[in-house]
Design a protein around this ligand. Structure first.
Ligand code: PEP
Length: 259
């Protein structure tokens, strides 16, 4: 039994910058074919911006949802190269990954930038997926919780959630992403509890129960997904590598539903 608002497991596929258009279209078609079996889970595909429009058409008529991997913090204006959440909304994209560790590392995305993006998404009634996670060294130095709390407060302090808002927080230990490593499900549960408490301090625990999902990401695969989903405060998974293979991804969704 889940101890939060989660009715359905949330499974988010992060395709990163890994597919050329034809590969992404092919994958979306295969996932769509399997998606009839996904009843009981909410499945969101996050292709690159260049494929959003075509994939919106491919998945039409299915229960699959479309998400994005990032967006800008302004609605409109002279911001060369950026994408507005409003442009995403035009393709029925409501879910947007924000603050992925790869963006924090490679384009120096800061807590302030993440905060502004989340604020705008919430004001538009869209659903941010705030990614947080510690590095291997931070964990080894006993700084994991300090880092997570810093990331949470930088992103969310001063924001509030209205009745129409939903927020997802994805706990993704940076050292597990793309590594193929399993981690102890009890450690995940403990960390999710710490995250939940911090979110409760910001929004109140009643609001967190009603409006926030905490999901796990980091080398999730068909074998480990059930162990993770069985934890009380794990409401879903964010999947990178395995989401690029339709068969494996479907097995993850099935595992998330059955756990
Ligand atoms: C990710 O990058 O968000 C992720 C979870 O990747 P992977 O599943 O490959 O670890």
């Amino acid at each position: 039994m889940h101890g939060n608002n989660n009715k359905q497991p949330l499974v988010i596929a992060n395709w990163k910058m890994k597919l050329l258009p034809e590969q992404a279209f092919d994958l979306a078609k295969k996932v769509k074919k399997s998606s009839a079996k996904y009843t009981g889970a909410e499945v969101v595909l996050c292709p690159a911006f260049t494929e959003i429009s075509a994939i919106a058409n491919i998945i039409k008529g299915s229960e699959l949802k479309l998400g994005a991997q990032d967006c800008f913090w302004e609605e409109h204006g002279a911001f060369t190269g950026e994408i507005s959440p409003k442009q995403l909304l035009a393709y029925d994209v409501h879910t947007v990954i924000i603050g992925h560790s790869e963006r924090r590392e490679h384009v120096q995305e800061s807590g302030d930038m993440i905060h502004k993006k989340i604020r705008l998404l919430l004001s538009l009634g869209m659903r941010p997926v705030l990614c947080i996670g510690e590095s291997f060294d931070e964990r080894a130095e006993g700084q994991k919780e300090v880092v997570l709390l810093q990331q949470i407060h930088a992103a969310l302090d001063g924001l509030w959630l209205t009745d129409s808002n939903q927020l997802v927080v994805a706990y993704e230990p940076v050292w597990v992403i793309g590594s193929g490593q399993d981690i102890d499900p009890h450690e995940i549960e403990h960390t999710h509890q710490v995250i939940k408490q911090a979110l409760g301090d910001i929004f109140t625990s009643a609001v967190v129960d009603e409006h926030v999902k905490i999901i796990y990401g980091g080398s999730v695969d068909p074998e480990n997904v059930g162990h993770y989903m069985r934890q009380n405060s794990v409401s879903g998974v964010l999947v990178g590598t395995v989401s690029l293979d339709a068969t494996q991804f479907s097995a993850v969704v099935a595992g998330a539903i059955k756990f």
